[in-house]
Design a protein around this ligand. Structure first.
Ligand code: PHE
Length: 366
């Protein structure tokens, strides 16, 4: 009988050590130590043994039972620890996941997304993006852009002049007078000063004019384009703007150039895109006049032209390593458009001021 006790103890001990879960361990406890199990039955039968056997068998069986109980308890502790670890692994909270319900993360302002869309169109055509100062000198804003000394845009009613810190001290020279730039065009000469030809750049940014009504705000945005290379013609300008018109307003669009005047382009044009609301017809399916183009079939979107050779003369040729834009060698085109105007047309925004009031009911529509 003592041999049987030893055999049971070893068998059960091995099984307990190998138990893989708390449930498996409980099954082993029932199998080896439960009421109907062999070892407890042997313990109960000790009383019926011959007196000389009782002591030894009883002792061995009791020890076996206690040992197995301890082993089960120890293994249960181990398993509980392992299972806790496994559960912690499985339940680990990923704090990088969005909360539930997901919180609103905001959106780009319609003018930002429009500016980025425009940049993407011209990046796709091989232009690079530059930026420039909003406080600009009269030199870059007007003089270097071939404005006559009496050009009306220079008037204090049309341009914000920046007053020096000490207004009694006169500007060092009339050229160093400062303005809030009235357009992004001053970057034309700045870009040429910084880079030799060929040059293909677009310049988005804020501009300022003392105007205020439903379609004008004192601060607004433009994106300037400048391409200077050899053999650049008005045809290149038209092709470039056709790509722009189709990417922004749809595959079917056409562009139209109308003669115009800007001091720094020659010839100068205003550029229209065929109306995307009435497909250029000027009227809608029900015969009514198209409200977007007012029946014209065309929408005016920007000003442009061939860079006036006089402008190249403002790009310094000294020192000797200066880029040098020889009007006999290079030609170029330039264009400038209002980001707000593009966004208003594209999204049917009726009043420009909505773009700057920060009313979420408006902003959340884009
Ligand atoms: N700067 C002009 C404006 O603000 C637009 C323009 C840019 C025209 C480049 C021609 C060439 O009206």
């Amino acid at each position: 009988m003592i041999d049987r006790v030893q055999a049971l103890r070893e068998e059960a001990g091995g099984a307990i050590a190998a138990a893989g879960s708390v449930e498996a361990l409980e099954e082993l406890r029932v199998r080896y130590l439960g009421r109907k199990a062999e070892l407890p039955q042997m313990l109960r039968a000790v009383a019926e043994l011959a007196p000389e056997q009782r002591g030894a068998v009883g002792k061995a069986a009791n020890e076996a039972r206690r040992a197995l109980e301890e082993q089960i308890q120890a293994r249960a502790g181990e398993l509980a620890g392992e299972e806790l670890q496994a559960r912690l692994q499985a339940d680990r909270v990923d704090v990088t996941l969005p909360g539930a319900p997901p919180q609103p993360i905001g959106r780009l302002h319609v003018l930002t997304s429009t500016r980025r869309e425009l940049e993407d169109v011209f990046l796709g055509l091989g232009f690079t993006v530059m930026e420039g100062p909003e406080v600009e000198t009269v030199h870059y804003n007007f003089d270097a852009l071939n404005h006559s000394p009496t050009h009306p845009a220079r008037a204090r009613t049309d341009t914000f002049y920046v007053v020096a810190e000490n207004p009694t001290r006169p500007a060092a020279s009339p050229q160093s007078e400062l303005v809030l730039r009235t357009h992004t065009s001053p970057m034309q000469v700045r870009a040429m000063e910084a880079h030799p030809p060929p040059l293909y750049v677009v310049i988005p940014g804020r501009v300022y004019r003392p105007d205020s009504d439903a379609t004008h705000t004192p601060q607004f945005h433009q994106i300037e384009g400048l391409a200077v290379d050899e053999d650049i013609t008005l045809g290149d300008l038209k092709g470039t703007l056709l790509v722009f018109a189709r990417e922004m307003f749809g595959e079917e669009r056409e562009v139209r150039l109308r003669p115009h005047f800007f001091p720094f382009t020659e010839p100068s044009v205003e550029v229209d895109v065929s109306c995307f609301h009435c497909s250029g017809r000027g009227f809608l399916a029900d015969g009514s006049r198209c409200y977007l183009c007012k029946g014209e079939g065309w929408l005016e979107v920007l000003g442009a032209g061939e860079v006036d050779p006089n402008v190249y003369e403002y790009v310094p040729t000294t020192p000797a390593n200066a880029p040098g834009y020889d009007p006999e060698k290079v030609q170029g085109f330039a264009f400038g458009m209002g980001v707000e105007r593009i966004a208003m047309l594209k999204h049917g925004i009726p009043d420009l001021r909505l773009c700057f009031e920060n009313d979420l009911r408006f902003l959340e529509q884009f």
